[in-house]
Write a protein that binds this ligand. Sequence first.
Ligand code: 13P
Length: 249
Amino acid sequence: MRKHIVAGNWKMNNGLIQTETLIVELKKQEKTSDAEVMIAPTFTNLWHAFQSAKQSGIEVIAQNMHFAENGAYTGEISAGMLKSIGIQTVILGHSERRAYFNETDESLAKKVDAALANGMRVIFCFGEELSDRKSGNEEIIVESQLKNALFHLSTDAFKHIVLAYEPVWAIGTGETATPDQAQTMHAFIRKTIAEKYGNDVADSISILYGGSVKPSNAKEIFSKPDVDGGLIGGASLKAEDFFAIVNAF
Ligand code: 13P
């Protein structure tokens, strides 16, 4: 069976004190689902969050990393640095990174390689913009993002990828893809993977949905057969809301 995963992407929110306060609150929540739970605080708070969340069953993960191992890349963080403080999983390719920091499928392919070479698990984000959907090109865009950034991977390497389909028009807008829109795209993504890596691999890959997931809509979205979890932005900043989503499975 595929893993269910609910990951909170905190984005550029929460200083040290707020990070600690939120983790304390998260640890008080009761988990009644089988979903793996992850949180992605900012770089400056990763070490503290990692220590604070130890033995809580909540995995602390990173929001981004550079593809180089070290060197003259002022302001950047490498996979080896994340590993050195115990971080095992990294989010790559978030649409905000693509839009504001010029990340491309080509640079993301290098980041994916660097993460996997360091034995990390990758949550790879991708998804179409509103104009793509309006013009009926959402599947073409999604397929090209997958192929360009990931399909150079061997079958073994690909198994370390978790996918997060995040339609850009649904992120932080309050506008969610309908459960049927999410299911249709997730099924298309799985079919695309099957064509490249075979049915067994496609059936084993967790595909998360991201974009305005809330306690009020999580159950319906997660009830779809090809939706294996969620990548949660705004609602992950409140412990009760986040765990209401975790427990929606
Ligand atoms: P929201 O849940 O705030 O729409 O953000 C989704 C997201 O970007 C998660 O990575």
